[in-house]
Every structure is written in C-alpha cells, then in structure tokens.
Design a protein around this ligand. Structure first.
Ligand code: GLA
Length: 382
C-alpha cells in the first residue's frame, strides 16, 4: 500500500499520541525551535555551527559553513528513518574534500566557459577551478563560506535564514551581492528554499542547492534503481568540458527522455556520446514549463525498495541532473561507508549553465534595483 506520511502523522495526532516514531517531537501542528550546536572549527579558529530542525516528520541538519545540508532524514513506507543525503560527520572532511555535498552554490551554479563573460561591454575573468572553466562560483564559492544563520518559527513553519555578502570582485564577479537564503520546513515536512539577492552593480547570479540524494539512505549503494521523472522535452548537450553547445536538443528517442518515470540505470550504459563524455548524466534539462511566477512540480524521484519519494517544484527554467559520476570510492560518509560512482544523484534547479555566454538562454543578469528571487520546494512521501 502507498502510505502517505501526512496521513500517518495526522492519524497519530488524531489518536492523541505524539508522532515520536515519525518525527521525534514534531507534530502536524508545528515543529520545534531549531537547535544550535558547535560542529567544529576552521583552521583560523572560526566556529562552524550545526542547526537541527524538525517538522512534519522531516529532520534537517544544516551547517553555517556553506549552508550545507549535513543530514536530511525522512521515513520509509514503514516509518523507518534514514539520512537520504551524502555528507561527512566532521568539518575537516568538508573543508578538505567535499564535492559540494549538500551545499548552497553561488554566485553561479554550474559552469561558465573559461571563466569569462562580457556584461555591458566589459569583460570579466572569474576564478577558474574546473579545467579551463569556472564551476559553482570558483575556488571559494558560496559553498565554502561561513554564513550568518538566524532561526525562526512562523505559524506552523520552522526554518533558518542564511545570509552571505559576496563583495565586489570576489571570485572575479562584479558587484557586491547580498544574499539571503531561507530554509523552511513546513508542517507537511516539505523543505522549501527561497533564494533572494540584490546587487550594487550589474552582475550574473544563479543560485542552487547541491544535495546528493540517495533515498535508500546514504552509504547504501547505487541509485541506479531509483526511478526519475523530469518534465522536460529538451536538454542542453555539452562539449567535452561539459559546457553547453547552445543547442536545445530533443530528449525523444534518447537516454535523456525521463518524461515517463524510468530507472536511472536503464539507459546509462547505452554508449550515447553525451553520456560517455560526462561519464553518466550531468546535464541541464530544459523544463517544459519555463520560468514561472510560482514553483511548479518538475521532477519526481522514487526509490522502489524503501518507497521514499522526493518531488521537486521550482520556478526555475532548468534542472541539472548529475548521476554522481565523479564519486570514486575515496570519500567516507557518516555511517563509515565509502561513496562510489552512482551512489547518489543531484537535482539542481537553476538557470542554464554558461548562460552569460549564450544570449539565447534565459538571462542570469541582475541589476541594481532588482531583486533576484527563486524558490524550490522538496516534498517527501513514502
Ligand atoms: C555539478 C556538475 C558536475 C560536478 C558536480 C560536483 O553537478 O554539473 O559536473 O561538478 O556538480 O562534482
């Protein structure tokens, strides 16, 4: 039977019992205040804190370093919890070797070719950290910065405000960018991310979140049996450096067709040149709905064995699906298991990679006086 967690919690509340096995002290009527603890220290002595939040049956742990989701626990169809996001149990590993586990990504998610772009006639050179290209904001992107974190409870929601100011010229980007990200856990256990930013000079912005999902639980093996559905008829093929060629190619008749749910592993070994180049899926899907005023449902991920299902809604026009191709067995997670290729996947809502060099792609330019605003909602079911 398909069990909906909302029903279970409502049932527990109706029976007059706290939903302890489902969400600790969380109730359908509201979560508890976020709790702060010391997670570790950076080499220069800066303290990194971990915030624990719980609501509607979802448990979230967030670091002040990179806004990292260090753990995200949800129940399976029997109410058994697992941490479904890859990470580490200590700050040293994050600093030394994280491949963006759970992090907030900025100032620009994904790649900008040669780390260069021209805006209003002026050429900018960004920090280059991926071959010739700039990836995820450069060597010291938002994922490696300490954010100011403030907890909140609002009605039945609990959450965190995360603030970071990226100064003019940081990583080569023009303009001081003031960023506010809101992580909300709703009474239904949804994890919502609201991104906001303003600038004092024209710049480019593309913020996203880099959670590595394994709905069976981190460290439990491959995600090739997870079923994925993406509401996109086209994707952006890439060159050998994973930079979009500019073409919007049809997914029909290719391994990139996820319009109907299919197992990730089904077509991953077909030898399609795009999959060979990227060592798997590492592409931007052009969402059929385009940019929308409100978040709309665009993707579903389901683990048939646990029944855990993730649904993603966004107002962004693109979704990067990365099948964990660069995980190579050298990283060890909090449950002491190594992470191998395909042990997790990322679903990064975004504007398209390298948009500053493709006038035909939706624009990522932000100007003084404008406010950048995007929202992505993750909902969980079992
Ligand atoms: C994104 C990129 C990938 C890879 C990962 C991090 O998903 O598209 O190519 O860089 O981040 O390893």
């Amino acid at each position: 039977m398909e069990l909906n967690r909302r029903t279970v919690i409502a049932g527990a509340a109706a029976a007059g019992v706290a939903a302890t096995t489902l969400g600790g002290t969380a109730h359908a009527t509201g979560g508890r205040k976020p709790v702060k603890e010391l997670f570790g220290k950076l080499a220069d002595g800066t303290k990194v804190y971990r915030w624990s939040l719980e609501n509607g049956g979802t448990r979230l742990k967030v670091l002040s370093w990179g806004g990292v989701v260090q753990s995200l626990e949800i129940p399976d169809r029997h109410g058994r919890y697992a941490n479904v996001s890859l990470g580490f149990d200590n700050i040293e590993d994050y600093v030394a070797k994280t491949p963006y586990f759970g992090a907030l990504i900025g100032r620009y998610g994904n790649r900008i070719a040669k780390g260069q772009f021209t805006l209003d006639g002026k050429k900018y050179q960004l920090s280059v950290n991926d071959g010739d290209n700039s990836l995820h904001g450069g060597t010291q992107g938002f994922d490696k910065r300490v954010w100011d974190v403030e907890p909140f409870t609002k009605g039945s929601d609990v959450g965190l405000y995360l603030y970071y100011t990226s100064v003019d010229g940081e990583m080569g980007y023009p303009g001081t960018l003031k960023v506010k990200v809101t992580y909300t856990l709703t009474k239904h256990g949804d994890w919502r991310i609201d991104y906001e930013a303003t600038t004092d000079k024209a710049t480019v912005v593309n913020l996203t979140s880099h959670v590595y999902w394994n709905l069976g639980g981190e460290g439990t093996g491959t995600i090739e049996d997870h079923e994925l559905k993406i509401a996109a008829s086209r994707y952006t093929p890439t060159d050998s450096g994973l930079i979009p060629t500019g073409e919007l190619a049809k997914v029909a008749g290719t391994p990139f067709d996820f319009r109907k749910a299919k197992a990730i592993g089904r077509d991953i070994r077909t030898g399609h040149t795009q999959l060979v180049t990227a060592k798997g899926f590492d592409h931007n899907w052009v969402l059929d709905k385009g940019i929308t005023a409100k978040p709309e449902h665009v993707a579903s991920l389901r683990d048939p064995s646990s029944g855990r299902t993730l649904k993603i809604a966004t107002n962004e026009p693109g979704l990067q699906f990365y099948s964990g191709n660069f995980l190579d067995g050298t990283l060890v997670g909090p449950s002491d298991r190594t992470y191998r290729q395909g042990d997790a996947l990322c679903l990064e809502t975004q504007h398209f990679p390298d948009a500053p060099n493709h006038p035909s792609f939706p624009s990522t330019v932000l100007r003084p006086g404008q406010t950048y605003r995007t929202t992505t909602v993750h909902s969980f079911h079992a």
